[in-house]
Design a protein around this ligand. Structure first.
Ligand code: KG4
Ligand code: ZN
Length: 345
């Protein structure tokens, strides 16, 4: 079947056509209109500007996705749209657009959890992947471990108690003058530094928990920079990038290993924007080799926000019977949209 995916939860407007079926997982088109150049001016995503930019882009991006795929709307079997979590104004643009398109063309509408979408990116890059598996989702807004028991059931095993890993990367990237959003540039800079040069606290919480906290390492890095500045000493940015990245990657790897041991799962999926990080990919590859666990990585191009991953998640929700109607609402929170699923058309 063909699914049209629509994603607008943060600062990328995206539409995609994906073909899914027994043994078929194929991206026919995946158009992403990024707002990075706009938000760069402010050093972070400005929610109101993001909503307006989504409104301007969404029709064009959707038309482009259909044309690039060579699939007319009449051949689309379901529309999958990110309904939560994210910036509420941004989400509402995608949700309302998808509702109108689905209603006017009598196409089933499937609301999607953005986090499940990130995990579904791994399905597109790994044709044989199927649950159960452990999913480590690391993005700008989330850092969580899930036990995925079937394609639509996620049990959260641990998560961050404050900032997300992506947010922590972006903050330090910005302070040391790297281009916005700092994650990717910090990743490259870390290759040139010594990961043991600067002592920083671990974001892995002590004890048996599978939770993280990134506020401590972020503050420690900021304090280090302030102290250096006050003493008039130069900062080796590469050493800081390497040490900061190493502590974050070690923490994610440590808790992923603990979760693998606790659950006995033999497949690990990495997902989210930070899944593009080369140091994290290398550390998890080594972990999985050592533990004889299968590692399913999404292609780098599918790690950031995109609608192909939303369409892929939509396929499994569609099979599970998830539908929404014109009363579908968006939600900023992880808890979702619950009661809004009552009246599919
Ligand atoms: O999943 P995503 O596209 O958006 C959210 O749902 O949050 O994640 C964006 C985050 C940003 O913080 C960005 O800096 C980070 O992913 N990121 C990276 C890398 N590429 C993107 N962080 C570390 N290393 C990278 N290579
Ligand atoms: Zn995301």
């Amino acid at each position: 079947m063909y699914l049209l995916g629509i994603e607008s939860s943060c600062d990328e407007t995206s539409a995609a056509i994906v073909e899914m079926g027994d043994g078929v997982r194929r991206i026919c088109s995946n158009i992403v209109a990024s707002q990075i150049e706009t938000h760069k001016l402010y050093g972070g995503v400005v929610p109101e500007i993001a909503s307006r930019a989504h409104v301007e882009a969404i029709s064009r991006v959707t038309k482009d996705a259909l044309e690039t795929a060579g699939i007319p709307l009449s051949k689309v079997d379901a529309i999958a749209v990110t309904a939560y979590p994210g910036l509420i104004g941004a989400l509402l643009v995608g949700v309302n657009f998808a509702k109108s398109l689905a209603y006017a063309n009598r196409i089933p509408l499937v609301p999607i959890n953005h986090i499940h979408g990130h995990v579904a990116a791994a399905y597109l890059s790994n044709p044989d992947l199927k649950p159960p598996f452990l999913a480590l989702v690391v993005s700008g807004g989330h850092t969580s471990l899930y036990k995925v028991t079937d394609d639509t059931h996620y049990e959260e095993l641990g998560s961050t108690r404050d900032d997300a890993a992506g947010e922590a990367f972006d903050k330090i990237g910005r302070v040391i003058g790297l281009p916005y959003p700092g994650g990717a540039a910090l990743d490259a800079l870390a290759n040139e530094g010594d990961p043991k040069a600067i002592p920083l606290p671990s974001p892995a919480l002590a004890g048996e928990t599978l939770d993280f906290s990134f506020s401590g390492i972020k503050s420690a890095a900021l304090n280090y920079l302030n102290e250096k500045q006050m003493k008039g000493e130069a900062v080796d940015r590469a050493d800081l990038a390497a040490s900061y990245t190493a502590r974050i990657v070690e923490a994610l790897t440590k808790k992923a290993e603990r979760a693998l041991v606790e659950t006995g799962l033999s497949t690990l999926v990495l997902a989210g924007g930070v899944a593009a990080n080369s140091h994290l990919r290398a550390a998890l590859t080594a972990l999985c080799k050592r533990r004889k666990v299968t590692l399913a990585l999404p292609e780098r191009s599918l790690c950031g926000d995109n609608a192909a991953m939303i369409a892929a998640a939509g396929y499994y929700e569609f099979l599970a019977g998830t539908r929404a109607g014109t009363d579908l609402n968006a939600s900023a929170s992880d808890e979702g949209i619950g009661a809004n699923l009552s009246s599919p058309f």
